[in-house]
Ligand binder design. Structure first.
Ligand SMILES: Nc1ncnc2c1ncn2[C@@H]1O[C@H](COP(=O)(O)OP(=O)(O)OP(=O)(O)O)[C@@H](O)[C@H]1O
Length: 336
């Protein structure tokens, strides 16, 4: 979906991107981490076509961005939604009007706009807030509006620049669940630029760490946290890296009443990594932090939920993860 080869970019005399090589597969949730100033946001803006690159090749959905001229570039940018840390909503507009804005700019007719905005507000669980102004909303609700707006032109890719950094941990977890649900339900590829390890371990399939304008390491999140390459240790300090790694290497469960999983996240305030939808049928594989294991299984037992210990998640990508996800889980993710 996104193929970057040796992308270079300078601002004046300062080379910020020094040859970025990355491949982000369709339908994946990809985390881009790195220290402040590493060039993550600059690279994200290159993917979006806002920032031209000086050298290298950047293909998005098979299109080489450097070949696009003004009008083509504008049209290409419809296929990419963006979500920012500070929501970037227009305060004088209502929730409905904020979500409708991109469609207004593209001269969609009013009926289409109404239908689409209603659908999106339902998706992010904000139908009841359609007439309110951003200042009347919580941070989490504002980010839901921003996500709905980013989806309004039916993009194939959603770029999130520190989308949960301004939120408290519980609200951040709600937004991550929403994004995971959107990824599963709509098949949208998501790129998350983040400083938060909980974002990487919480919803990302794969990740890369950038350092000084280069990609230091990339691969499956589980693999990187298990192997703890130097880039990860540099990013966090070795003691924290090992603490974080235990979060992703603990026991994996198959839970057959997956609506309870979403409920449990809020009741127990526990960070889960929903890793894979099993190939064989209903349910979800979730990683549970080792120190919350007893609490979580007690919670499941009390609600008569069947759960099974699993050795490891199935590494083969399910043909369509959405097809196999339980509808209740998606509803829980989306309608909060
Ligand atoms: N438009 C610009 N003009 C000049 N310098 C810029 C511009 N945009 C970014 N930079 C510089 O490029 C470098 C990388 O910035 P960028 O925002 O991409 O880093 P980042 O990894 O996203 O950092 P953070 O995590 O703090 O957001 C910084 O030194 C920044 O000052």
């Amino acid at each position: 979906m996104i193929l970057s080869r040796n992308i270079r970019k300078s601002f004046g005399k300062h080379q910020i991107l020094k040859g970025i090589d990355l491949h982000i597969g369709k339908g994946r949730i990809f985390g881009l981490a790195g220290r402040s100033g590493a060039g993550k946001s600059t690279f994200l803006r290159c993917i979006n076509g806002i920032e031209p690159y000086d050298d290298g090749s950047l293909q998005v959905a098979g299109v080489e961005l450097a070949t696009l001229r003004d009008r083509q570039l504008r049209s290409f940018r419809k296929s990419i939604g963006m979500v920012f840390q500070q929501f970037s909503l227009l305060e004088r507009l209502t929730v409905f009007e904020n979500v409708a804005l991109p469609m207004k700019c593209w001269n969609y007719d009013n009926r289409t706009i109404r239908t689409r905005v209603d659908e999106l507000l339902g998706l992010v669980g904000l139908s009841a807030k359609r007439s309110q102004k951003p200042w009347e909303l919580s941070g989490g609700q504002k980010q839901r509006v921003a996500i709905a707006r980013a989806l309004s032109l039916t993009p194939e890719i959603l770029l999130c620049d520190e989308a949960t950094s301004a939120l408290d941990p519980k609200t951040a977890q709600e937004i991550l669940l929403l994004l995971k649900g959107i990824n599963l339900q709509l098949g949208i590829t998501i790129v998350m630029v983040t400083h938060q390890m909980s974002v990487l371990t919480g919803i990302c399939d794969e990740m890369a760490i950038m350092e000084g304008g280069r990609v230091d390491c990339q691969g499956a999140v589980e693999t990187i946290f298990r192997q703890q390459p130097k880039a990860l240790r540099n990013l966090l300090g070795s003691s924290r890296a090992s603490a974080e790694s235990s979060d992703v290497t603990t026991t994996v469960f198959l839970v057959d009443k997956s609506d309870v999983v979403a409920r449990m996240v809020f009741d127990l305030d526990v960070m889960l990594h929903i890793s894979k939808v099993p190939v064989s049928g209903a349910g979800l594989l979730v990683n549970v932090p080792a120190d919350r294991f007893d609490e979580v299984t007690r919670y499941l037992d009390q609600r008569q939920v069947n759960w099974y210990p699993e050795e490891a998640p199935d590494p083969s990508p399910a043909a369509s993860r959405f097809d196999r996800a339980e509808p209740e889980m998606l509803d829980q993710c989306i309608n909060r």
